[in-house]
Design a protein around this ligand. Sequence first.
Ligand code: CO
Length: 212
Amino acid sequence: MQSYEKLLLENKAWAAEKESNNPGFFKELAKLQTPEFLWIGCSDSRVPANEITNTQPGEIFVHRNIANMVIHTDMNLLSVLDYAVNYLKVKHIIVCGHYGCGGIKAAMTNNDHKAILNMWLRSIKDVYRHNRDELEQIENIDKRADRLSELNVMEQVVRLSQTTIVQNAWLKRNEPHLHGWIYGLKDGLIKPVMELKAGSEIDPLYRYEDIK
Ligand code: CO
């Protein structure tokens, strides 16, 4: 059996078990999704949103990319954000980074990862540059990377608050609240590192006052 065939086989078993534990589960779920959360996480295979939060299909709207970045020109991220905020009306947006993140570590090196990855990782280098003094006081390179993971999550949360999508929603419905979390690969635990409640102060440079 090919490795991918096992996935299809396991899928059948999973669907059958789900249905037998909770008859009508899929029929109910197929009608509509009303998730309360948007999750922006790392693509890392070890950080699956539903599994580490013990949530079910239908509970979390998910976007993942390398190092859980919020890039203001990323149409993929922006359309997910727009849909989640304006149509699904999520109450919370969680940016979840993780310790031991390969993207973060790669951004700390001087290696040429070739055009596309270099472009992606440069935003993380910017976060490093803004926090260079603090980071370079940490001698241990893994610990320094872990701190950069935390600072990176905080920066992405702030970036969310700089979008008209979020500012608009704050004005209209006083939601969503923004959260920055870090997941520990070594213990499976999530540590909250930041929270921006709806209506929080935004650097005036990034505040849109004529939002309609
Ligand atoms: Co990662």
